[in-house]
Design a protein around this ligand. Structure first.
Ligand code: SF4
Length: 362
């Protein structure tokens, strides 16, 4: 396990982040927030997938007034994402949200910022400053010669520091920061730079990462580098897809670095000409069934149950033996291993149920 940066500890509703706590998984709804029923339904799906913090966009007062009703029907911390309008922030706080995402430099006069900060402090609501490269372009970039990774990263950080300074000037320190760019290099450089200057918790993300496949790859690379650096207290994988997919990908990233356990780790071979069972179909079915089991065991660092599902007897038994339970394909059947010991054979149509029953017993 690598060293994790010790950031300031901050409470977001019933969750504590920072200070080396497990990296928390966040997502964002894509329903209209004013539609309480649809938004609650989606948040519950996210909760089922293991989401630990949920953010909703608050584009207008109707949405802000819906926040209390949403909050009452969910069990994870609710974050209100607000741009420019301090009245929406004040309403969100009075509706009982657990965190605000707002950039204080963008909400007008010092008096308006003060109103928000005073209310947030009183309600113990932390504020995430979220600087996005896209929204900086017009303000900060001057020429293509200056459009280098280092330059863009510095500008992102400079903007974040400006917003941080405003909050600090009101003695407000419950701050979380994100510095998102749509390219990995800028994002990584910016987070590294900021973490050398401030110890506020970092919310990691690659913004506008793209479709399920493209976004997964991009986020895995970018977030993987930062997490491996020991940075990051919360993460969001931004995908142009169902937000539930964001949560699943986030856990896979964290599990692959040993930062979180989703309860079950599946090892499966890529298949080749030696494989005589429908391994791809079996593994897809298994993963589908595991989603429901995993959500109950998303808690932290406990060692996952290791399952190996292998196509044939060449590498199969070796991998299967390493796992808590494994099946290695053979002609029209599978050799079952439990804790490295052969324990009989299982026909292919019973592999999934055999593995699922084992996990359920665990
Ligand atoms: S375990 Fe067997 S089927 Fe799977 S890739 Fe290796 S040799 Fe091929």
């Amino acid at each position: 396990m690598f060293h994790r940066s010790k950031t300031r500890t901050i409470r977001i509703g019933n969750l504590t982040i920072g200070g080396g706590k497990p990296v928390a998984v966040q997502s964002m709804t894509n329903t209209p927030t004013r539609d309480v029923r649809a938004t609650v339904r989606q948040i519950r799906q996210l909760e089922d997938a293991g989401c630990e913090i949920v953010r909703v966009g608050v584009p207008d007062m109707e949405s802000a007034r819906a926040l209390g009703k949403i909050k009452n029907k969910i069990s994870i911390p609710l974050v209100a994402d607000i741009h420019f309008d301090h009245r929406l922030a004040l309403e969100a706080i009075s509706q009982g949200v657990d965190k605000l995402r707002i950039n204080p430099g963008n909400i007008g006069s010092r008096d308006r910022v003060e109103q928000v900060v005073v209310a947030a402090k009183k309600a113990k609501v932390p504020i995430r400053i979220g600087v996005n490269a896209g929204s900086l372009a017009a303000v900060h970039t001057r020429s293509s010669a200056e459009d280098s990774v280092a330059f863009r990263a510095k500008k992102l950080v400079a903007s974040a520091l400006e917003h941080i300074a405003i909050l600090e000037s009101f003695s407000f320190f419950d701050i979380i920061v994100s510095l998102k760019a749509s390219d990995v290099a800028t994002t990584v450089a910016a987070y590294r730079l900021l973490s050398a200057k401030k110890n506020y918790p970092l919310h990691l993300g690659i913004t506008e990462a793209g479709s399920l496949m493209r976004g997964t790859v991009k986020s895995s690379v970018g977030l993987g580098i930062l997490l491996f650096d020991g940075l990051g207290d919360t993460i969001r994988v931004s995908l142009t897809a169902d937000p539930v997919e964001e949560v699943k990908v986030a856990y896979q990233i964290l599990q692959s670095l040993g930062l979180r356990s989703t309860g079950v780790e599946v090892i499966s071979c890529p298949t080749c000409s030696r494989c005589e069972v429908d391994l791809i179909g079996i593994v897809n079915e298994l993963e589908g069934q595991l989603v429901r089991i995993n959500r109950k065991t998303t808690a932290l660092s406990s060692r996952p149950v290791k399952i190996a599902v292998m196509g044939c007897a060449v590498n199969g038994p070796g991998e299967a033996k390493e796992a808590d339970i494994g099946i290695a394909g053979a002609k029209k059947t599978g050799i079952l291993f439990k804790k490295g010991v052969a324990a009989g054979t299982v026909p292919p149509d019973q592999w999934v149920s055999t593995l699922i029953n084992f996990i359920k017993k665990k």
